[in-house]
Design a protein around this ligand. Structure first.
Ligand code: AMP
Ligand code: MG
Length: 272
């Protein structure tokens, strides 16, 4: 069973390396099992909560967490089960859908920049600016001459955020085609989940291979020292939760957030 730091290293996309996402096993468990992972996840969530409290109190830096993955990869579930560790005061979730006409009237980063976290805040992106090199590329919503320039534009944008005090962590949730089939079927069969399913999802599913090629380029071209990607094996929700919570807790711990120095107060003050 790897040390948590080893888990993080194993999942990192090394900047400059060429990734084939389908060569990484989405069923990987790293020797953990569900029962063994549960208390470890609890521990990581506690670390996340404790560190966020300091981060918010310190109020000097920002953390941006990007979640990407094909339909049913588990973006919503990760937010529900892992990000719940964070106090909603200081944690803002933004979901990026099909752009509105106002958004389309601007450059693709306009709506994104408006939602980046301020000092002390953690911003969670459920989909992101990466849709502009994924769905836009796969469906030809913009010509190649436009979307192909966006990898560099994204790297520059993220570098600007990083230079102004934002730590960026990007998670790509990786499931395989058969897991998506099972999850769509389960969504359809469950009356409390059917609302999430549409026939359009099946049309997207036909474009599986095109999406994989777009993922490979995205991961290879935009994992940088200042905004690394982690490919999370996501066929098993518990391994996904363990990996994401561990990486987030380690990232926050690495920032060493500190409570502000107490103001000058008299000793032994008793409030009447
Ligand atoms: P969901 O995450 O299931 O609520 O779906 C949101 C939908 O919005 C997905 O089908 C995305 O592909 C789509 N979407 C998000 N950003 C963009 C974008 N920039 N251009 C086109 N479609 C997008
Ligand atoms: Mg959907």
């Amino acid at each position: 069973m790897p040390h948590p730091t080893a888990l993080r290293d194993a999942l990192l996309v090394k900047p400059g390396s060429r990734v084939r996402v389908e060569k990484r096993d989405p069923d990987e468990t790293f020797g953990y099992d569900n029962a063994g992972a549960a208390p470890r996840i609890e521990k990581q969530l506690e670390r996340m909560a404790e560190l966020q409290d300091r981060f918010w109190a310190e109020g000097k830096r920002s953390l941006l967490v990007v979640l990407q993955g094909i339909d049913a990869a588990g973006k919503d579930g990760t937010i529900q089960k892992v990000m719940e560790a964070f106090n909603p005061q200081g944690c803002i979730v933004s979901s990026f859908k099909v752009p509105t006409s106002e958004e389309l009237g601007h450059d693709f980063l306009w709506r994104i920049h408006k939602r980046t976290p301020g000092k002390g805040e953690i911003g969670i992106f459920n989909r992101s600016h990466y849709e502009d090199v994924l769905v836009v590329r796969v469906h030809g919503l913009a010509p190649k001459s436009v979307w192909s320039k966006r990898y560099d534009q994204i790297n520059d944008f993220e570098r600007t955020l990083a230079a102004s005090g934002t730590t960026i962590v990007k998670f790509f949730l990786s499931i395989d085609r058969d897991e998506q089939r099972k999850r769509f079927q389960a969504r359809y069969d469950d009356p409390t989940k059917r609302w999430k399913f549409s026939l359009g999802d099946l049309e997207e599913r036909k474009l599986w291979d095109d999406y994989q090629a777009a993922f490979d380029d995205m991961l290879s071209k935009t994992s940088t020292d200042w905004a690394p990607w982690y490919v999370i094996p996501a066929n098993r929700n518990w391994l996904r939760n363990l990996a994401v919570s561990t990486i987030l807790a380690d990232t926050l711990a690495g920032l060493k957030p500190a409570y502000p120095a107490p103001p000058d107060l008299p000793p032994n003050l008793v409030i009447e």
